[in-house]
Design a protein around this ligand. Structure first.
Ligand SMILES: [Zn+2]
Length: 325
């Protein structure tokens, strides 16, 4: 067994964030220091074997770079829904080869050490609670505005998973019951259809005709290009971000009245537009949430960036019982 220089056992977790496009792996210590990390493409294909092999290779490579081939546990983040015992991937729209696959057992056989699986947005909430914008708080909502809208809810310091383990899907709560495009979940009017990067692009495209002078005509649209245009004063981009804030504010008002959180953290690439959506978001909250609840909640941008999930994954392993054996 590899030991630290002072002779104590090295407690390192191999944390991996399995995205539809990229696989990020890291060795994280108990203080939350990422000792080494790497990023590679997620294998494509119909078989889960490629993904399992890629995770094993990533762990080996992290160990090689650090000069240690030992870690005590692994914590793997999946962009989807897990079964109640967090052993089988039930649904992963961006990584369909893993659906109905017993990923935990397959990895434990290869790693010969305990493996935890967690939903990526849940882990991001834990990461922000451990070392980010929600440090010290115990009642937290973390929302990630990316390609979709991910979310994690922590109540009394514990992840809220619901009865079957798949709850806390704020992105699929209804903010418009009377219209809008269909969400990939099958419903209409989900927050994800109004506050994700994908939604920003769609809303911009839908409104281009109303803004003939917009600098966004002829541009390759992304949350970043729309944000850049908004910062430069483009009225269409400003309207899109205002809409994002409105819908986000409606969803957050419901959550504030329902759960009375201490901190709401908003992260993800599209949250870089904070300065363009904050005002309309807060206006909705001020007009909808109970004032005594909205006064006591801090709504903050995320602080851990892309590493929130990896850090949260590691923390979940450290506070679990895997190190006791
Ligand atoms: Zn939905």
């Amino acid at each position: 067994m590899v030991t630290e220089q002072n002779g104590s056992k090295a407690k390192l977790v191999f944390a991996a964030d399995l995205g539809g496009t990229h696989l990020r792996g890291a060795l994280v210590d108990e203080q939350g220091e990422i000792r080494v990390q790497l990023k590679q493409e997620t294998p494509k294909g119909d078989s889960p074997t490629g993904v399992v092999n890629a995770l094993v290779d990533a762990a080996s490579e992290c160990g090689r770079r650090l000069g240690k081939d030992f870690f005590s546990a692994s914590s793997i983040l999946v962009p989807g829904t897990l079964d109640y015992n967090a052993e089988v991937v039930l649904q992963a729209p961006n990584l369909q080869s893993l659906e109905r696959f017993a990923l935990k057992a397959a990895l434990e056989e290869r790693f010969h050490s305990p493996v935890l699986l967690e939903n990526d947005a849940n882990a991001a909430a834990v990461g922000e609670m451990w070392l980010g914008a929600a440090r010290g708080a115990k009642n937290i909502i973390c929302i990630t505005l990316g390609t979709g809208v991910g979310s994690g809810i922590i109540l009394d310091g514990k992840l809220w998973r619901g009865t079957d383990g798949s709850a806390a899907e704020i992105g699929h709560t209804t903010v418009d019951p009377f219209g809008g495009p269909q969400c990939k979940c099958g419903n209409f009017g989900c927050l994800e259809m109004y506050a994700s990067a994908t939604a920003m692009v769609r809303m911009t495209r839908e409104s281009l005709d109303r803004f003939p002078g917009s600098s966004l005509h002829g541009q390759c649209l992304s949350a970043k290009t729309i944000y850049d245009a908004g910062k430069a004063g483009d009225e269409l981009a400003i309207e899109v971000f205002r809409n994002v804030g409105d819908y986000l504010g409606v969803a957050l008002s419901n959550l504030i009245n329902l759960l009375g959180p201490e901190v709401i953290v908003i992260g993800g690439g599209a949250a870089n537009g904070w300065c363009l959506f904050e005002e309309s978001m807060r206006k909705q909250i001020d007009s909808r949430a109970f004032p005594w609840l909205s006064r006591s909640v801090k709504i903050k941008p995320a602080e851990c960036g892309d590493n929130a999930g990896l850090l949260g994954a590691a923390q979940l392993a450290f506070v679990s019982h895997v190190f006791e054996s």
